[in-house]
Design a protein around this ligand. Structure first.
Ligand SMILES: [Zn+2]
Length: 309
């Protein structure tokens, strides 16, 4: 549901704020929202749950859930500061959820190593008792459907994907549609190439090679700098960006690629970013590799070739 349908806002992703939620639900029900629970007060047959998130947060990432949930909290000790990770799910799905989210803390830790300190005070996953078309990366509280918890970690790339959004997409928001597309590319690179193949290697290349071939076969001819007038979220826009970022990673090497991601996030956290900053940043870094980045890569109009694959 779009944010303007449940609270007044101008709904610009680059207009961020802190949020306080006061939610009253019938006794026996729970309320969940972004940030931390600061008060829980029972009165008569109802209960008021108050959450606060200092943010800053874009309105489209605000979320409230009510119902009956089983809940657990874990702590990731080494994500900059210790980060509480809250898990909420329908009690009847405990077995699948606990198995499928068992590595959530580890994922958050790995991303902390790659991207820099976790940007918020907590993280959480709520599994709602419904089937969802896709999970959503609400800030500090991603949501999944029961269809994403199969008890076999069949959707674990999405568990990682929504976690990665906390840095890229949430902490650093889109500065325009083109930037949004580029950022989606970044996240997909993480989902595919980082989680499944932590080191650049055959598996990472193999996973990226399929969509690359498909993109070339389909004659995709897209610019990363300007999505033009096409519908912005159509998939053909996303995969070429994912591939470009993978090509960029191969071109500059993991050390430099992730150093750029860390400094890029650190410099823009709580704000938003514009088109093509990551590739540009790769091309202007310090050190012996300076200037080695194929800088026009980001602006090429066709699906890229890999420097090595
Ligand atoms: Zn996403």
């Amino acid at each position: 549901m779009g944010a303007p349908s449940w609270f007044p806002c101008n709904d610009r992703p680059d207009d961020k704020a802190s949020y306080t939620f006061e939610i009253t639900v019938p006794g026996g029900h729970q309320a969940l929202a972004n940030g931390s629970l600061v008060e829980h007060r029972e009165t008569g047959g109802s209960a008021r749950w108050t959450y606060h998130h200092p943010g800053p947060m874009a309105s489209y990432l605000a979320a409230v859930y009510t119902g009956r949930f089983a809940r657990e909290t874990w702590t990731v000790e080494d994500a900059g500061a210790p980060v509480p990770v809250h898990i909420a799910y329908p009690a009847g799905r405990a077995k699948e959820v606990r198995h499928d989210l068992a590595r959530q803390g580890r994922i958050l830790q790995v991303f902390t190593d790659l991207f820099g300190d976790y940007p918020f005070e907590s993280y959480g996953v709520v599994v709602v008792d419904a089937e969802l078309a896709a999970p959503v990366e609400n800030q500090t509280l991603s949501v999944f459907g029961t269809n994403h918890m199969d008890g076999r970690r069949g959707w674990e790339t999405l568990v990682a994907h929504e976690t990665a959004h906390q840095w890229f997409g949430n902490s650093v928001s889109l500065g325009g549609l083109a930037a949004h597309l580029a950022q989606r590319g970044v996240r997909h690179v993480r989902g595919v190439a980082v989680v499944r193949a932590p080191r650049r290697g055959r598996r990472g290349h193999a996973r990226a090679a399929g969509p690359r071939r498909a993109g070339r076969a389909a004659g995709q001819n897209l610019r990363i700098a300007d999505p033009g007038r096409r519908p912005p979220l159509r998939r053909p826009h996303l995969r070429p960006r994912r591939l470009r970022l993978h090509a960029l990673r191969l071109a500059v090497g993991d050390t430099r690629f992730f150093r750029v991601l860390r400094t890029w996030h650190e410099a823009r956290r709580g704000g938003s970013a514009d088109t093509g900053r990551v590739p540009r940043a790769c091309g202007t870094g310090d050190g012996p590799e300076r200037g080695r980045c194929p800088r026009p890569l980001a602006l090429r109009e066709t699906v890229p070739r890999y420097a090595s694959a």
